[in-house]
Unconditional design. Structure first.
Length: 374
């Protein structure tokens, strides 16, 4: 009779990253399996009348007051994808090594970090595709909340942080369009980590002297010579892939980064000015970005009413693990539509995979024309 399979409780309880010999990475998060799914018959835990059951706010002081004035509520996620370390800056460099546990086919590291959730509204009724003033204010509040979460996580000493959101849609026949959301109430999430910078976010490594030498004005805005983000924004400003633009930000359809298939595309918003980190925007730049995000969502809603969707904010590390200057990165904000008639494929990127996002399988010019009603 075979001996019973030995269990390692620490491995079954902590979030950890598994590295295969081929370079593939998987994040294993036991706590996420305990996450409840809301139903229409249950009281919403994110609504104001239930918030006394939630953890206290992540923000404090003046930021707490403004958060509440904006109708937001930011707190630690009760079912995080990461394991919270004793202190953000120090204890996640070692590999997870419970006694006797020596995996043969992969290496592993504890996934230390912090996982926040931001409740975006006081109710479920806001229409994110509306052209009205209430929805405009919603996107301005959303951007403010993203900036506050990222600034706070950076201040705690984490190496990298990103933001994601998922919202399920609903067809005219009442069928749910799954975009990975487990709660009906509008919410977003921020994840910060010490032991991992997702693949592709630290490819462009420059020294501080190189960044200083390459940051130049193109006559309209600051540009980092050789930066793919700067070049892509300028290439798409007047292309058939453009969706909407103002003086500061551009929305367009673009191939998914690092994909081997040029017809795996996403909707992307990026700053015209070279800017490494989203939370460094001025209030005026934040309003500009909110405007482009709002206008882009209005366009999507016209063609795909009440669609599901995912948001992802990609940016480089706050502290480069390869010795470069963090200013070399160019932040990007991606939208992944979910709609029955769209041909899609599951995204393999770090945050999109956690969210359950899918990429579009179509030529960029074709989907741009469809979104614009051409």
């Amino acid at each position: 009779m075979a001996p019973p399979k030995q269990r390692y409780p620490e491995v079954d309880q902590i979030s950890h990253i598994r590295y295969s010999p081929a370079g593939d990475i998987a994040l294993v998060s036991p706590a996420r399996g305990k996450k409840p799914t809301s139903s229409i018959d249950q009281a919403c835990i994110f609504c104001p009348e239930s918030r006394d059951k939630l953890a206290e706010s992540f923000l404090k002081g003046n930021s707490l007051d403004e958060m509440l004035e904006r109708g937001l509520y930011i707190l630690d996620n009760a079912f995080p994808v990461v394991s919270v370390p004793d202190s953000a800056g120090g204890n996640d460099a070692g590999r997870a090594s419970p006694a006797g546990f020596n995996p043969v086919f992969y290496d592993m590291r504890i996934a230390h970090g912090r996982h926040l959730v931001m409740i975006e509204t006081d109710n479920h009724h806001l229409n994110p595709f509306s052209d009205g003033a209430e929805t405009k204010g919603y996107y301005q509040n959303l951007v403010w909340g993203y900036i506050q979460m990222l600034k706070s996580l950076e201040a705690e000493g984490y190496v990298w942080g990103g933001v994601g959101k998922n919202r399920n849609g609903l067809t005219a026949e009442g069928r749910v369009i799954d975009a990975g959301a487990s709660q009906r109430h509008p919410h977003s999430q921020a994840i910060a980590m010490n032991g991992l910078v997702p693949r592709g976010l630290e490819d462009y490594v420059l020294s501080t002297n190189e960044v200083n030498d390459r940051l130049k004005s193109d006559g309209k805005a600051l540009m980092l010579q050789g930066c793919s983000g700067c070049l892509e924004v300028r290439d798409n400003r007047y292309s058939s892939r453009l969706l909407y633009a103002n003086k500061t930000h551009v929305s367009f359809v673009a191939p998914v980064p690092k994909s081997q298939n040029p017809y795996h595309v996403e909707i992307r918003i990026a700053p015209y000015n070279h800017q490494s980190h989203f939370e460094n925007m001025s209030p005026q730049e934040a309003d500009s970005f909110a405007d482009v995000l709002h206008r882009t969502m209005v366009l999507l809603g016209l063609q795909f009413p009440n669609m599901g969707y995912n948001f992802e904010l990609r940016q480089g590390p706050w502290k480069s693990r390869r010795g470069g200057d963090a200013r070399a990165s160019h932040w990007e904000f991606s939208i992944y539509p979910a709609w029955p008639a769209l041909d899609t494929e599951k995204h393999t990127g770090f945050i999109p995979h956690l969210l359950g996002a899918s990429v579009l399988k179509v030529a960029p010019e074709e989907i741009a024309g469809r979104i614009l009603g051409k």
